[in-house]
Design a protein around this ligand. Structure first.
Ligand SMILES: *Cc1c(COP(=O)(O)O)cnc(C)c1O
Length: 370
């Protein structure tokens, strides 16, 4: 599935500011370690103090912003970005709608910090967002496809209903990445991403971003970052930028392999249930096909029980047993080990960038060992 306008955004991202470059300029961002900047007389210019701005962030924000077609702010983790999106936009008495099947730390943040401050927190499974009554809701938080269950909701429909109800729609777009789904183009007010996952993509850095076309939402997230002080280090910004430049080509391999793995597992008698939004008979496929440009690297496979699932993971020589996802090395874990509301034999498999044939052989061998 190629999308010409998205391909254009990627090419523009890679060559941004080409005409502004001068002889001897670096090919990419400089790592700019600075707590202070030269600042004589009256404060002036974009760089005045290290907690407020940094040239390496600026490069990463420009690159992500070119993909999002929106102003973008970077953070030291996905959760730091999520906190900057949620907390400044909720007041006592506001109602927040969250997915009951999405990233668990978001629900924990809401339960442990927002609810005691007087925010009314309501949760629903992601597929039920499509028919949810949004009357009286202040902020709708969606995650589609949801992690780890890979259910989806219709973002354009949700955005229209949120607008009609006077609610804001914010979307955690971590699982698809900006190249797999564009919530802002579908009507969302704000998007967040844990760039720790596929965007940085090499399992060596935590990062996150917030993007929005609403200057008020950006101003609030920026003030949260400046005053809360949770900022990305310049070396981490450099790593995330370096990863981002190959995101498109990595996703191409990851998605092609994910689809073949999904088909293979779906047809195998030792797999009780298989979820991949790219498979035509997946319950999420109809909506996913309409709003996603790529179906991403995550496959959900349910084995008979926990021990069958663990046998599969440990027998597969090209699956790293680890939490997290989106890296160049394929990885897998049983999500019930963290208490997610999934079957004990449910394995979230993150497909990486291994060459296809040996990777599929390794999956076949592991299935034989289950
Ligand atoms: C990993 C993840 C996060 C949190 O990202 P961190 O960088 O670990 O803080 C948030 N949302 C989703 C969907 C994630 O998968």
């Amino acid at each position: 599935m190629t999308d010409p306008s998205l391909d254009r955004r990627v090419a523009d991202m890679l060559h941004r500011e080409r005409d502004a470059r001068r002889a001897g300029d670096l090919p990419g961002p400089a790592i700019a370690p600075a707590s202070l900047y030269h600042l004589p007389g009256e404060p002036d210019g974009p760089y005045q103090y290290g907690r407020w701005s940094n040239p390496t962030w600026t490069e990463l924000e420009a690159a992500l912003g070119a993909l999002q077609d929106a102003e973008t702010l970077v953070f030291p983790s996905g959760m730091a970005a999520i906190a900057a999106a949620l907390i400044p936009n909720l007041a006592p008495g506001d109602r927040l709608l969250l997915p009951s099947d999405g990233y668990g730390a978001v629900r924990a943040l809401a339960a442990e910090r927002l609810a005691p401050m007087g925010v009314e927190v309501q949760t629903l499974p992601t597929p039920e967002f499509d028919a949810a009554d949004l009357e009286g809701v202040r902020l709708v938080w969606a995650e589609t496809p949801s992690n780890p269950g890979l259910d989806v909701c219709d973002l354009a429909g949700l955005a229209a209903r949120a607008r009609a109800a006077g609610a804001r729609l914010m979307v955690d777009n971590t699982t698809p990445t900006p190249l797999g789904q564009r919530p802002l183009d579908l009507g969302a007010d704000l998007v967040v991403s844990a760039d720790t996952k596929a965007v940085a993509g090499h399992s060596d850095v935590l990062a996150g971003h917030v993007a929005s076309r609403d200057p008020d939402l950006i101003a609030k997230a920026r003030a949260w970052r400046t005053l809360g002080g949770a900022i990305l280090g310049p070396f981490e910004a450099y790593l995330a930028h370096r990863g981002l430049e190959t995101l498109e080509i990595r996703l191409e391999r990851m998605e092609a392999n994910a689809r073949q793995v999904a088909e293979r597992l779906a047809a195998h008698p030792k797999v009780a249930r298989l979820r991949y939004p790219g498979l035509p008979d997946d319950p999420a496929h109809r909506v996913a096909r309409r709003q996603m440009t790529r179906f991403g690297p995550l496959v959900g496979a349910t084995f008979a029980d926990a021990s069958a699932a663990e046998r599969f993971i440990s027998a597969c020589r090209y699956l790293r047993p680890a939490t997290s996802f989106g890296g160049v090395h394929s990885s897998a874990e049983r999500r019930a080990r963290w208490g997610d509301a999934v079957a004990p034999g449910f394995v979230r498999i993150s497909i990486g960038c291994e060459p296809t044939a040996p990777f599929l052989d390794a999956i076949d061998d592991a299935l034989d060992a289950v």
